[in-house]
Design a binder for this molecule. Structure first.
Ligand SMILES: Cc1cc2nc3c(=O)[nH]c(=O)nc-3n(C[C@H](O)[C@H](O)[C@H](O)COP(=O)(O)OP(=O)(O)OC[C@H]3O[C@@H](n4cnc5c(N)ncnc54)[C@H](O)[C@@H]3O)c2cc1C
Length: 488
C-alpha cells in the first residue's frame, strides 16, 4: 500500500548491501520511486563482490533478523531453501562452546526449522525479490562523492555521483529522501561537516580483530550431533574463536577469528595450526577431514565504531543513515544484518508515525535500537587486555559485570533456563538486563554457590566426543562415514 503523503516522491539509497536493501523494501511502500545506488556492478548470479569483502566470511543471521526478513519478503526463506540453503529440523543447529563449556541446545524457534546460507546468496535473493515485486530500481557502478544541500540550507536535496563504467559525470541526482547505507567505510561524517553540521560524536572500541575463512565440502554423514559449531575465545588467555556454518550446496563456511591483534593466518599450514589451538579441538578435527573448496581469505579491522548522528544539534531534512554506516560491531557476535533488519523495522515505524520531518526522530530511534547489541559486543570486547573504548565510558562496574557474566556462563552450561536467557541476550532478543532478573540471578548465584561448596569441577564436555575424534583420526582419507551416522 503506497502512502499518499510521499507517493510520487523519490527516495535514493546509497549502498545496495543488506542495510540498503532492507531500507529500500520499507521505502517502496512509502515513496513512488526508490533508487538504490552502488559503486559495484551486481553479479549476475549469487557471488562475492568487491564492495562487500566480508561475504568471504561466515555470516550467521540471528532469529530476529530471520523474522523480519520473512515479514518484509514473503516467500524469501522458501526461495533460499529452494536455492540450496542448508535446512533441517533435526539435531543441534549450531553448538556453542563457551569459555565454561557447551551450552545446552536451544529448541528451534518459529516453524521449528533451521535455515542457513551464505551472505552472498542472501543478498542476491533479496535483490531479486525487490526487482520482481517492487518499484525499487538499481543503479550500479555509481559512486556517491558528496551530499548536495538544499538552497535554503534546511537539508539535503540529492547526491553527487561519479560513474565507474565510463558514463560521463559527475552528475547530481535529486531525491526527496537520501538514505545513507554505504557501510563501515561511510564518509557521511565528512559530508555533513562540509554542509556545516559539525563533527559527529563517535564511540570506538579498539578490538583489532582478524578473520580468516574458507569454504569446505561438508563431509557426507559427518558424525557430530551438531550441524554448525561456534567456539568462543577464552579471555584473557586464548584469543582464538572459530565458527563452522552449514550453508548452501552442501558446504561448510569456516571462519577463524582472533581478538586484540591476534590474527589468524591465511596460509594452509598456519590456518590449520591456528584452528588446532582453539579452546576446543572440535573445529580442527572437523576441517582436517573436510575438503577445502576455496582459498583462505583474510579480513582485519582495527576498531568498531558507533557514529552518534542522533547527537548532532541540527540534522538535515531529507537525509537518514542506517546499517554499518551508523554502527558496526565486532562481527564475531553476528549482529550486523539482524541489526539492519531491526533498523528497517524502526524506519517503517518512523515513516508511519514521524510526520514530515521524521528524519532526526528516526536517528534517535535508531540509537535506541543499536544500543543493546553495541553494549553486548563492546562489553565482551573489553574483556581482552589492551582493548579500549574511546568516546564514552564503559559504565560503572565493568569488572563486576564481567565477573557476573562468568558466573552466568558457569550456570548456563548446566541449566537450560539460564542458558535460554543468555542466548536470548546474545541473539538480541532480550536486553542484557534479562540476566539480572531475580529468577535468573537466584539460579546463577545458587548454582555457583552449590558448586563452590561441593568443591568438584566437572570437565567441560567437548564439541566432539573422544569416540568421534578417534573415528575421524583412524578413518582412511576420503572414506565415507559409516552408520551410526551420528554419535552423540
Ligand atoms: C568479517 C565480517 C563478518 C561479519 N559477520 C556477520 C555475521 O555473522 N552476521 C551478521 O549479521 N553480520 C555480520 N557482519 C556484518 C554485516 O556484514 C553487515 O552488518 C551487513 O552487511 C550490513 O551492512 P551494510 O549494508 O550497512 O554495509 P555493507 O555491507 O558494508 O555495504 C555497503 C554497500 O555500500 C556500497 N558503497 C560504499 N560506498 C559507496 C559509495 N560512496 N557510493 C555508492 N555505494 C557505496 C558498497 O559497495 C556496499 O555495497 C560481518 C561483517 C564483517 C566485516
Amino acid at each position: 500500500m503506497t502512502d499518499l503523503a510521499t507517493a510520487g516522491r523519490h527516495a535514493l539509497v546509497i549502498g545496495g548491501s543488506m542495510a540498503g536493501l532492507l531500507a529500500a523494501r520499507v521505502l517502496s511502500e512509502h515513496y513512488g520511486d526508490v533508487t538504490v545506488l552502488d559503486r559495484d556492478v551486481f553479479p549476475e548470479a549469487p557471488d562475492h563482490r568487491a564492495g562487500v569483502p566480508q561475504s568471504h566470511h561466515a555470516h550467521g543471521l540471528l532469529p530476529r533478523g530471520h523474522e523480519i526478513l520473512a515479514e518484509l519478503f514473503p516467500g524469501l526463506l522458501a526461495s533460499l531453501a529452494q536455492a540450496g540453503a542448508f535446512h533441517t529440523r533435526e539435531g543441534i543447529p549450531v553448538l556453542q562452546v563457551t569459555p565454561a563449556g557447551r551450552l545446552p541446545a536451544a529448541p528451534l524457534r518459529g516453524q521449528g526449522e533451521y535455515l542457513a546460507f551464505s551472505r552472498f546468496l542472501l543478498e542476491w535473493q533479496v535483490r531479486q525479490w525487490l526487482r520482481e515485486h517492487t518499484n525499487v530500481r538499481f543503479l550500479p557502478a555509481t559512486e556517491v562523492t558528496r551530499l548536495v544541500g538544499r538552497e535554503d540550507g534546511t537539508g539535503v536535496s540529492g547526491v553527487q555521483v561519479r560513474y565507474r563504467d565510463g558514463r560521463e559525470g559527475p552528475e547530481v541526482l535529486h531525491a526527496d529522501l537520501v538514505v545513507e547505507a554505504s557501510g563501515r567505510t561511510s564518509k557521511l561524517g565528512g559530508w555533513l561537516q562540509d554542509l556545516g553540521y559539525g563533527a559527529v560524536p563517535e564511540e570506538s572500541v579498539t578490538s583489532d580483530i582478524g578473520y580468516a575463512s574458507r569454504f569446505y565440502r561438508r563431509p557426507e554423514g559427518f558424525p557430530a550431533p551438531w550441524h554448525g559449531l561456534i567456539i568462543n575465545g577464552r579471555p584473557p588467555h586464548n584469543p582464538r574463536a572459530g565458527l563452522i556454518l552449514p550453508v548452501e550446496d552442501g558446504r561448510w563456511h569456516v571462519t577463524l577469528g582472533g581478538f586484540a591483534g591476534h590474527h589468524p593466518p591465511t596460509d594452509e599450514a598456519g590456518f590449520l595450526a591456528w584452528a588446532r589451538d582453539l579452546p576446543d579441538p572440535g573445529l580442527y578435527e572437523a576441517i582436517r577431514v573436510a575438503e577445502p573448496l576455496t582459498p583462505i581469505r583474510g579480513y582485519r579491522t582495527p576498531t568498531n565504531t558507533w557514529r552518534h548522528f542522533e547527537r548532532l544539534p541540527r540534522w538535515p531534512r531529507g537525509l537518514i543513515a542506517l546499517g554499518d554506516a551508523v554502527c558496526h560491531y565486532n562481527p564475531i557476535y553476528g549482529q550486523g544484518m539482524s541489526a539492519a533488519a531491526v533498523s528497517a523495522a524502526a524506519l517503517e515505524t518512523s515513516l508511519r508515525t514521524g510526520g514530515p520531518d521524521f528524519e532526526h526522530a528516526f536517528q534517535k530511534a535508531l540509537a535506541r535500537v543499536v544500543a543493546a547489541p553495541w553494549q553486548v559486543a563492546t562489553g565482551e570486547d573489553l574483556r581482552w587486555p589492551g582493548v579500549k573504548l574511546t568516546g564514552a565510558s564503559a559504565g560503572p562496574g565493568l569488572r563486576l559485570r564481567h565477573a557476573y557474566g562468568n558466573l552466568v556462563l558457569g550456570q548456563a552450561v548446566r541449566d537450560e533456563v539460564v542458558a535460554g536467557a543468555f542466548v536470548d541476550m546474545i541473539m538480541n532478543l532480550r536486553p542484557p538486563s534479562v540476566l539480572a532478573r531475580p529468577a535468573i540471578l537466584a539460579r546463577v548465584l545458587g548454582g555457583s554457590l552449590a558448586r563452590a561448596l561441593g568443591g568438584t569441577v566437572q570437565d567441560a564436555e567437548p564439541a566432539l566426543s573422544p569416540e568421534v575424534v578417534s573415528l575421524l583420526r583412524t578413518r582412511p582419507a576420503g572414506a565415507p562415514f559409516h552408520a551410526p551416522r551420528r554419535i552423540t
